[in-house]
Ligand binder design. Sequence first.
Ligand SMILES: *Cc1c(COP(=O)(O)O)cnc(C)c1O
Length: 424
Amino acid sequence: MDPQGQVPVPVAVPSSDTLPDVSKISVTDAKTHVKGLSLASRTVHADDGISAHRAIAPAMHVSTTFRYNDDPDKLTAWDNTDPAAPLDSHVYSRDTHPNTTRMEAVLTSILNGPSLTYSSGLSAFHAMLVHLNPKRIAIGDGYHGCHGVIKIMSRLTGLQQLELDSDLSELGPGDIIHVETPLNPTGEARNLEYYAEKARKVGAYLTVDATFAPPPLQDPFAFGADIVMHSGTKYFGGHSDMLCGVLAIHPKHKEWLKPLSLDRMIIGSVMGSLEGWLGIRSLRTLELRVLRQSATATALVAWLNSLRSGDSPVSGLIAGVQHASLQPEAADEGSWLRRQMPGGWGPVFSLIMVDEDTARRLPSRLRLFDHATSLGGVESLIEWRAMTDPKVNKALLRVSVGVEGFEDLRDDLLQGILSLKKEG
Ligand SMILES: *Cc1c(COP(=O)(O)O)cnc(C)c1O
C-alpha cells in the first residue's frame, strides 16, 4: 500500500482473489452499465469500475504524478494511456487525476453529454469562450461574473458583446447566444427553444448556464443547447466547501472534448484533488438535495407571495417575490416553462422588500438563514444582493433554500419580517 492507503493501479495482472482486474472492464462497459438507470442510481454508480481498489468509498489521491507502465514494450511515444488501467490512467494532475476523472464519469452520465470539470464556474465559462472563439456573443443580465470574462476576452480577441434581447441580426456562424436559465438573482426561467431557434437560423451556438437548475430539474440539451455550463460550486458541490466549474458537450459535438481537454491541460484550470473528491461525495446525494430544496423553495415562494395581501401580518413590507413558479406560464400545462423544467423549479428566488433599508436589515434578523453570497448549499442563505451585484435593485434579497425543514425556514422568515414591522 502507498501512503494514501491505495493499492497501486495494477502493473502485473492481480490475482483474482485480491483485486478486480480493471483491464478486463472495457471502456464501453463502464460507460454503459448505468444506461437506462435513474438519475439517483447514476449519481451513485456511474463511476463504478474506474478504481481498481475494493474500497467502497472513493480514495482521495493527492499525487500530482503517476508511474508509467513498467513494461517497456507497452510504452509508445506520445501515447501515455496505460493499457493496464484504461479507465484510471493518469500521467500528471494538470491533465487528469483520479478524483476528478471519477467525478467527470458521473457528470457525463447525469448531464447527458461528455463533461469536463474546471477550477471554477468562471474558468469553465472562459474555457468555453477560448474553445469556440466567437466574434460575437449575445448575453443578457444574469450572473455578472460572466460579463467580466467577456471583457477579458474582448481585450484579447476583440470579442463583441450584444444584448440578448436585441434583434441579433449581426450574429453569424460560430457566434454564441449564451442564456442563463433560471436567471440570477430572480430564479425566473428563459425559454431555451426560443433562443435555440434564433441560434440555428444564423449558425450560432446556444450555450446555457444551467447552474440554477441542475438535474433533475432541467436538461438544456433537450431544448437545443450545444454546451451546458454549471458553476459546480453550487448544487454539484452542495455544501459550500468547494469551487468547481463544469462544461457538458452535446454528444453531436463530442469531438470538442479533446481540444477542450488539451486547452485545460495547458492553461491548468483543473480542479484540485480535494475538490474532486468532495465533488464525488456530493454528487451521490444530488437528487435528494435538489428535489428537497426545490420543493421547499416553491412552498416558501407561494407562502411569501400570499403575505403580500392586505390582511397579512406583514403587509406593506414585501413588494414582490420573483421565481419561475410565479411566471404566468407555470400555471399552464404544456407551456414551454413546464416542458423545460419538468423536475421542479429552482431553489433560488428573490424577495423584493418595500425599500432598500428594509432589505438591508432583514438578513440580520434571521436565525437559520445566513447572510452570505453564493447558493446551492445544504444551508439556507439570504443575500442583500447589492453587496455583490452593482446593478441590482437595492430592495432585493436573494434567497437560496437549503435542506432544512420548511416550517422552520418559514417561521424564521416570519419572525424576522415581523421584527422589522414592529420597528417601522
Ligand atoms: C456562481 C455562478 C457562476 C460562477 O461560478 P464560480 O464557481 O463562482 O466561478 C456562474 N454562473 C452562475 C449562474 C453562478 O451562480
